[in-house]
Design a protein around this ligand. Structure first.
Ligand SMILES: Cc1ncc(COP(=O)(O)O)c(C=O)c1O
Length: 493
């Protein structure tokens, strides 16, 4: 054995860190300023082909140390060449979002502290700041006090945990324990959601051993809302066939069109049938803060669990998703497993909450710090104002579409999303309309000045290719929305 001590050479010298850090904060500020002041000359979509960025990188790692200046220089030379600019005021694709500046600052601190709040003991402040900020958020969303929250990375993961609770509850009801014995020999579990539900529900079913084919897709009405009578019929039929219904996932703000399922009617069914109701409000959830949107949320307070994504529409940098549940004990029963090396006296005596007991992950970033920074910096009134502005900007875009003879709205505009398409008067063939709209989207996006995306929805039984315009960036203003519509008009002529 080699007894000789081999000296290591440690971290970056502190003064070098300070200089590089100041430079990088300036670099970030300059980047954000340019994007805001000159959106037209800062492409929202990069001009690259698959493989272009990888081709600029060495295929082997550096054997010798590189200067931090050279690494930083490659941000401009390499990285920025291939960046789709999500933090750009002309980003209108998917659900647009914002990494706000207070959130960016919190991320910096989070990385520096490098806390792992798996246990209260390993992160008292992160654990307690998470509990308190999630309770603040709960209050702003007007959810009852019994809702308890936890942060995960994404809505997909939040929903997977919610569906694990649904599975746990349904199996507990028939005195079965999937946690110990797995699912072999048990009745087939069934989950129900509208045909507009996000694919994360199917992925959760895959992950939990429920199986994608056991997510029963319920038809929607003309406004793309789940039909409660069809839901009831599907559950009845499944029980007759020996399936074990466990969960219904209504949505407030579907991904394609931002439609809102009839939550109260679904809650009635879930209560009658003893099923777990998980509300997917990943995108639209924050608008429960707005009096004018509150009626759309009626009944969500009766949910067993709810997912809301502050990284989608509450100005938090990726990533931060919140799962609220009124039954944290079921979540804990589904996931808690404490090996000797993670036993603590706080855990043994229930004097404090150990976040590792409430999910699959052990290690946890200090994500709540950015929610704490953002909620304090903007204040709840400031958050409300900004959400309202986004809804109003989407309303402006919807008006521009409606007033133009060559465009048509394809779904009722909801929240900050407008679904629309190019519809020349003399064209009615759906295949031709799909081609025209797909080509229009390509042309518009290849200007690299704005970025929009598409979906396909069924209108009166006909699959309809639809463009989507989503507002969600804090720097998007009226001029950006008007310019986006101008680009669309230029590209059809
Ligand atoms: C309604 C809805 N639910 C869930 C998700 C998944 O979100 P995440 O990317 O956080 O997993 C999305 C993504 O857009 C969504 O629109």
């Amino acid at each position: 054995m080699n007894e000789q001590y081999i000296p290591h050479s440690g971290d970056m010298p502190i003064e070098e860190f300070r200089r590089a850090g100041h430079y990088l904060v300036d670099w970030i500020a300059e980047h954000l300023r340019t994007v805001q002041d000159k959106p037209a000359s800062t492409p929202v979509l990069p001009d690259v082909q698959p493989g272009d960025i990888a081709a600029m990188l060495p295929t082997a790692p550096p054997e010798q140390q590189e200067a931090i200046g050279a690494i930083i220089a490659d941000l401009d030379r390499v990285v920025m060449r291939g960046m789709t600019q999500w933090n750009h005021p002309n980003f209108f694709a998917y659900f647009a979002n914002t990494a706000s500046m207070p959130g960016i600052l919190a991320e910096l601190v989070c990385a520096a502290l490098n806390n792992n709040a798996m246990l209260w003991k390993s992160g008292p402040s992160p654990t307690e700041i998470e509990t308190v900020t999630l309770d603040w958020l709960r209050q702003t969303l007007h959810l009852p006090a019994e809702f308890w929250g936890i942060i995960y990375d994404t809505a997909s993961v939040s929903t997977m945990h919610a569906m694990a609770c649904a599975r746990e509850q349904a199996l507990q009801n028939i005195q079965k324990n999937a946690k110990q014995s797995g699912l072999a020999g048990l009745p087939v579990l069934r989950v129900y959601a509208s045909e507009f539900v996000h694919s994360s529900i199917d992925k959760a079913a895959i992950t939990l051993g429920i199986g994608a084919e056991n997510v029963v897709k319920i038809p929607v009405d003309a406004a793309f809302r789940l039909q409660p009578e069809a839901l009831e019929a599907a559950i009845r039929q499944d029980r007759e066939r020996g399936f074990l219904p466990c969960c219904v996932v209504p949505v407030i703000g579907t991904t394609s069109v931002a439609s809102v399922d009839p939550i109260a009617a679904v809650a009635d069914i879930c209560e009658r049938e003893g099923l777990w109701m998980h509300v997917d409000a990943a995108y639209a959830g924050p608008t429960a803060m707005l009096d004018e949107c509150r009626p759309l949320f009626t009944g969500w307070e009766r949910a067993d669990s709810i997912v809301v994504n502050p990284h989608k529409w509450l100005f938090i940098p990726m990533d931060l998703s919140v799962l609220y549940t009124r039954k944290p004990d079921v979540l804990k029963a589904a996931f808690s497993l404490v090996p000797e090396y993670l036993k603590t006296k706080e855990g043994d005596t229930n004097a404090a909450q150990n976040q590792m007991d409430y999910g699959i992950q052990l290690g946890r970033r200090f994500r709540s710090l950015k929610l704490w920074f953002v909620m304090r910096y903007f204040g709840v009134e400031g958050l409300r104002t900004r959400l309202r502005e986004h809804n109003a900007l989407a309303g402006l875009f919807a008006n521009l579409v409606e007033e133009h003879p060559a465009f048509a709205i394809t779904a009722p505009p909801m929240f900050s999303l407008v679904c629309f398409r190019y519809k020349p008067e003399n064209v009615s063939d759906e295949a031709v309309l799909e081609r025209l709209n797909a080509e229009l989207m390509e042309r518009v996006n290849s200007t690299r000045e704005i970025f929009i995306e598409h979906t396909k929805i069924s209108i009166a039984g006909t699959p309809t290719y639809t463009l989507r315009f989503a507002v969600g960036n804090l720097h998007t203003a009226e001029k950006h929305v008007r310019r986006a519509f101008e680009i669309l008009c230029e590209q059809i002529s």
